[in-house]
Design a binder for this molecule. Structure first.
Ligand code: MSP
Length: 658
């Protein structure tokens, strides 16, 4: 029998800004599933990419004064770099600006047009550019975008457009959803979608003429009018492009389509479970097997997003705590399908409790005892008499290990990632307890052959658990799994990445392996060294001068990203007498900062000033306003005079202060 195939996709990300840990969450999860399926013996296609067209990107590029292609090229490079840092093992990366993707989008458009399901008409309605979504008047909430995470102003749009006859497919869609109850997961999202369609399915506007950053509609227009294809119609098609459709690689398409799962955030489930399946129905192509809508990573109850200024940079966390620690946190802390909270304290607590303690200690204790009692060579297990208490303890550990692997497989096949990890940690907990119960240090006192047998069997069992755990943590922590593998003297069997899960079976530990000494996998982190929580970060609050400021290493100073910023707008914040809200230009981006300087400066006199800001400070919220940075000011000891630090000669906004 040939290998089974497994095709998994992430959403393709907008390269409008650097990605944050919310985006990393989706990708890390997909990577864990992809790695699991490879280890389980499947032939995997793991696809990710970038969604590069549309009005939002075009406007961002214009604001920066560069051509859109140049704009996205720069950001795509940072996205690819992030995936390298996070060890994302994608097989292909579709950029929607690639020719192979243009061909796929134009082909699906042509097919649906040829069927008569695309027609031309006049669009009049509302458009939310940040969400790249059309809305009807009745859907707006207080005149704004109804997406609860957005609620930004919408634009009245009136233009000649092509329309996709979605309404015709409402009945077929409903029938498909009923016949395929697992298509939309989790079930709660399925119910939401059914309700949405019950309200009536409108035809969808799928072309735009008021800007040109997109894939041209492949139909000759009278008068040479240029239509570009709606960005979601374009983006969704990436899942076909990535498997070789229509002509790039027919064998790949045959092998992998339909996709096994599209993993997407809950806010875009609607596009993936209504528009996308109907596009495929209309083009007479098979539908994906599952769309899984996961929850959001939230910070203080709000979805992380650049526009709210509450984003956390995954690169900083990788550098500080390692990619594996962050990956583990993301996969373990959040129940897959539900929202989960991010905080650095929670990350550190997972590292200390689960990684340093449960996993690290088990390995460290086992290695040390194995070295002491068996000169590092893992002994073979002995046949202990049935009534031997140590034998019974080992048998129970062995049976839990077997159950854990089975449970882990079941959970991973059903997208229960955090449950799968919970099962592994139950085994680790049991193994640590087993050491205390079997007390090898007592067994070692008995030098009789029976005593040696018991000790050998205990040490063998522990090494066996650690070997099995290396398999099970591999999808989530590939680097750590590799270290454990090598430490256990298994590198001669090839890298952990090339192992098959069938070998995660008790008794397959090769005879005579040497359990090496190694650095601790995850040193404990002192929670007292944590940075101040974002909400407590004061912006330009006149802090009392420390009696004797500590000396800094140059490396510490270099951690500060000080930049010149031009003040574009400034206004008072109602209800406060000290705070001003400033919109500043940092060259590559515009930001908002809140500063406690209203008693010293009027908003008018600030506009146009070139001030100095700390640009890499965690965002904070002050009086409900997000502050993405802190300005620098000098103050007399009694705070009577405050003087802003400004650039002495004009320099471009964003210039580094060194
Ligand atoms: N370009 C579209 C997707 C097109 S797919 C054919 C898009 N891009 S996005 O960059 O805005 O977001 C991509 C995905 O990032 C979201 O679906 C979601 O999965 C993920 N997340 C962004 N912020 C997130 C959180 N705060 N938490 C969890 N995931 C989040 O939408």
């Amino acid at each position: 029998m040939g290998k089974q195939t497994f095709y998994i996709t992430t959403p393709i990300y907008y390269p409008s800004d650097k990605l944050h840990i919310g985006h990393s969450y989706t990708t890390v999860i997909c990577d864990a599933f992809a790695r699991y399926h490879r280890m389980a013996g499947d032939e995997v296609l793991f696809l990710t990419g970038t969604d590069e067209h549309g009005q939002k990107i075009q406007r961002r590029a214009e604001a920066k004064g560069v051509p859109p292609q140049e704009f996205v090229d720069d950001i795509v490079a940072t996205i690819k770099d992030l995936w390298v840092r996070l060890n994302i093992s994608y097989d292909d990366f579709v950029r929607t600006t690639e020719p192979r993707h243009h061909r796929a989008v134009q082909e699906i458009f042509r097919r649906i047009y040829a069927k008569g399901d695309i027609y031309k008409s006049e669009y009049e309605g509302w458009y939310c550019t940040p969400c790249e979504t059309f809305w009807l008047e009745r859907q707006l909430v207080e005149g704004k975008c109804p997406n609860p995470d957005c609620r930004r102003p919408v634009e009245l749009t009136k233009e000649e457009s092509y329309f996709f006859r979605m309404s015709k497919y409402a009945g077929r869609w409903r029938q498909f959803i009923e016949e395929n109850p697992d298509f939309i997961q989790p079930a709660s999202r399925r119910n939401e979608m059914i309700k949405f369609v019950e309200q009536g399915l409108e035809d969808l506007c799928i072309s735009r003429t008021t800007f040109d950053w997109g894939i041209p509609v492949p139909i000759e227009e009278p008068g040479g009018k240029k239509h570009v294809i709606y960005v979601w119609f374009d983006a969704l098609t990436n899942y076909l492009t990535g498997c070789g459709w229509p002509e790039a690689d027919p064998a790949k398409y045959e092998k992998f389509w339909p996709a096994d799962v599209h993993v997407v955030g809950k806010e875009i489930v609607r596009f993936h479970t209504i528009i996308w399946p109907i596009m495929l129905m209309a083009a007479d192509l098979p539908l994906p097997k599952t769309v899984f809508g996961h929850g959001w990573l939230v910070l203080e109850g709000e979805k992380m997003s650049k526009s709210k200024g509450n984003v956390i940079d995954p690169v900083i966390l990788c550098n500080k705590y390692s990619a594996d620690a962050l990956r583990y946190f993301l996969c373990r802390e959040v129940v897959f399908g539900q929202d989960g909270s991010y905080s650095e304290a929670a990350l550190v607590s997972r590292i200390n409790a689960d990684l340093a303690n449960d996993l690290g200690n088990l390995i460290h204790r086992t290695q040390a005892m194995n070295e002491k009692y068996f000169a590092r060579i893992v002994p073979a297990a002995a046949e202990l008499p049935g009534d031997d208490p140590v034998g019974r303890l080992v048998a129970s550990l062995k049976s839990l290990a077997g159950e854990t692997v089975a449970e882990y497989r079941r959970q991973m096949e059903g997208f229960g990632l955090n449950e799968a990890l919970a099962a592994v940690w139950r085994l680790l907990g049991r193994a640590n307890k087993f050491i205390d119960e079997a007390a090898p240090w007592n067994l070692a006192k008995d030098q009789s052959p029976a005593g040696r047998d018991r000790l050998a069997t205990v040490m063998n069992a522990l090494a066996e658990v650690i070997r099995i755990v290396a398999f099970l943590i591999y999808p989530v922590m590939p680097v750590t799994a590799g270290k454990v593998w090598d430490q256990l003297g298994l590198s001669g069997r090839g890298p952990v990445a090339g192992q098959t899960l069938d070998d995660a079976e008790w008794g397959k530990l090769p005879a005579g392996v040497e359990f090496h000494r190694a650095e601790p996998l995850f040193p404990r982190i002192d929670p007292a060294t944590l940075e101040v929580a974002p909400e407590a970060t004061p912006a330009a609050a006149p802090a009392p001068a420390p009696a004797a400021p500590a000396e800094l290493d140059i490396a510490d100073f270099q951690k500060l990203d000080l930049r010149v910023a031009k003040v574009l707008r400034a206004e008072c914040i109602p209800g406060t007498d000290k705070l001003l809200k400033l919109q500043i230009d940092l060259g590559a981006e515009q930001r908002q900062i809140v500063a406690g300087i209203a008693l010293h400066y009027t908003p008018e006199e600030l506009v146009g000033k070139e001030i100095v800001v700390v640009a890499n400070l965690k965002p904070a919220k002050l009086r409900g306003e997000v502050s993405q940075g802190m300005l620098l000011a000098a103050s007399t000891p009694d705070h009577a005079v405050l003087s802003l630090v400004t650039a002495e000669r004009p320099v471009p906004p964003g210039s580094r202060v060194k």
